[in-house]
Design a binder for this molecule. Structure first.
Ligand SMILES: [Zn+2]
Length: 91
């Protein structure tokens, strides 16, 4: 019986510790935003890597303007050109 009581006390201590840790983590997150603001109105944080995949920006070989790799087209010469220079680039 003594052992059982000890087990319950240890279990409650572990649960309480986990609960305290969660509370402190939530407090540190809430500290960044003003009080009363809902999480939905918060602007998206770019620090999160999973929020948006990193887009690869490449320069157009004609005008040098950096654009998303998906919007650029690869020429026969292995160069990336933007939409504007897709036609008049030598291939
Ligand atoms: Zn261009």
């Amino acid at each position: 019986m003594k052992l059982f009581v000890l087990l319950v006390v240890v279990l409650l201590f572990v649960i309480w510790k986990k609960y305290q840790k969660r509370l402190s983590e939530q407090d540190s997150q809430d500290a960044h935003s003003p009080a009363g603001e809902s999480p939905a109105s918060r602007p998206p944080t770019p620090a999160r890597p999973s929020a948006a995949p990193a887009r690869e920006l490449l320069p157009c070989s004609v005008c040098g303007v950096h654009a998303d790799k998906a919007s650029l087209s690869l020429t026969a010469g292995g160069r990336y050109v933007c939409v504007l220079h897709r036609e008049d680039s030598p291939s």
